[in-house]
Design a protein around this ligand. Structure first.
Ligand code: GLA
Length: 413
């Protein structure tokens, strides 16, 4: 039997629809009136345009799902010109949690021959993300090559077995070269083949978080890491920059990245890394290169003081490297402290702006926000914290007061 709707039912459903729309509109207007800073992110001024000519890169960390979601990407490309994959380029993801085989061999620059896997790194995810970056015409910050966390245990152990003993330093040094070479050459080949040899990944965090939180002049390396357990010194850090320099195209910027960079012990440890890598720059054999200190900047709402950024940034720049703020977010905020968030982002962006790169001098070349919207942040994890610039509700992405704090700093005196 053919089902038909009675006239009344039709009228009723039309009326209901109108009421629903009207009340949605009323809610929208109400929300906008009570909070003029909460607007559709596509109607807000563009953050990247506001910072054009100040910072070369205005970035955001996103995940694969967001990259493949047109609604998310509409706003990403409106407000940002750089993306950091939140997880997808980390060693663990590149190994794709697989058991590496030992079917290949690799002979290092130092002439050490080791067995290496042929089934990892797995580039399928990376390649699809490179393709998306190309479609959206947006660049990526590579994160990360050498890190103690989110790296498969098997990488450090005999026969690439997660329960094996740690390998010796000579083997690990060769594995480090193999991994860095394999990833960097893959990206360079992809760019050569599919992107007219133009960079999609413009910078890499070569080493992440290798300095101790309680660093002092004599003991400044993080010790709770398999890298440290094998090397017991900074060779794996310095050598990573030698290998990255060997295998990355010359226009790819090489970064050391860490958190709490404003703490004096951390700052001092990082300065030692810069000195260590720079000391290798004129070596005939495997010269190293370091271009950037990445200050993660997972900050609290009041600490560290903006002035401690001045102290650290000046010391890094004096060593002739650029600085990038790589993972900015603000912990300890809630919807009730919206204004605090606005103030905090404003004072931080004003501070960063003082170091904009001018006439080929060293300065801050990029600022990246660690996540797209509060609800997705690693800090809030679906809870009540509001660490970022945008929020997302049923109607989509909206700006927050914090967004305007960041935006207005661009035109502030
Ligand atoms: C560190 C890492 C990031 C990320 C955050 C937490 O800062 O560098 O990749 O894991 O922790 O999300």
């Amino acid at each position: 039997m053919k089902k038909t709707m009675s006239k009344v039912a039709l009228l009723l459903s039309a009326a209901l629809l109108l009421t629903a729309c009207a009340s949605k509109d009323a809610k929208k207007t109400e929300a906008q009136n009570t909070n003029p800073e909460k607007v559709d992110w596509l109607e807000a001024p563009s953050l990247k345009d506001a910072y054009a000519g100040i910072f070369e890169h205005i970035g955001v960390a996103i995940n694969e799902k967001e990259f493949k979601d047109p609604e998310s990407m509409d706003g990403v490309i409106r407000h940002f010109n750089s993306i950091t994959m939140e997880n997808e380029f980390k060693p663990q993801f590149m190994f794709n949690w697989q058991q590496p085989n030992t079917n290949g061999t690799f002979t290092s620059s130092k002439g050490v021959t080791i067995k290496v896997p042929t089934n990892v790194p797995d580039f399928s995810r990376m390649d699809s993300l490179l393709k998306f970056a190309q479609l959206y015409d947006i660049q990526l910050r590579g994160h990360v090559l050498v890190w103690h966390s989110q790296t498969e245990k098997s990488f450090f152990r005999e026969n690439f077995k997660a329960n094996g003993a740690l390998v010796d330093a000579e083997t690990m040094d060769a594995r480090e070269e193999w991994y860095i070479k394999t990833v960097l050459e893959h990206v360079a080949n992809w760019e050569a083949k599919f992107n007219k040899n133009k960079r999609i990944i413009y910078a890499w965090d070569v080493v992440n978080e290798a300095v101790s939180d309680s660093a002092n002049a004599s003991a400044w390396l993080r010790t709770d890491s398999d890298w440290y357990a094998i090397f017991k010194n900074s060779d794996f850090i310095i050598n990573a920059f030698r290998y990255a320099n060997k295998y990355a195209p010359a226009d790819v910027q090489l970064a050391y990245n860490d958190y709490n960079c404003t703490m004096s012990g951390k700052t001092a440890g990082i300065l030692k890394i810069i000195d260590g890598v720079k000391a290798t720059a004129s070596d005939d054999f495997l010269p190293g290169r370091i271009n950037i200190i990445g200050m993660q900047s997972h900050v609290q709402s009041a600490t560290p003081a903006a002035t401690s950024f001045d102290v650290a940034i000046r010391q890094f720049l004096a060593k002739e490297v650029d600085v990038q703020i790589t993972e900015l977010d603000v912990a300890g905020l809630t919807a009730a402290t919206d204004k605090v968030g606005k103030y905090r982002y404003n004072e931080l962006f004003k501070t960063f702006k003082k170091y904009e790169k001018i006439d080929g001098a060293y300065g801050i070349s990029g600022v990246t926000i660690w996540g797209l919207n509060d609800e997705r942040s690693w800090i809030s994890k679906g809870g009540t914290q509001t660490p970022l610039l945008f929020t997302k509700d049923n109607e989509g992405y909206k700006t927050k007061a914090a967004f305007f704090g960041a935006l207005e700093a661009a035109s502030a005196e």
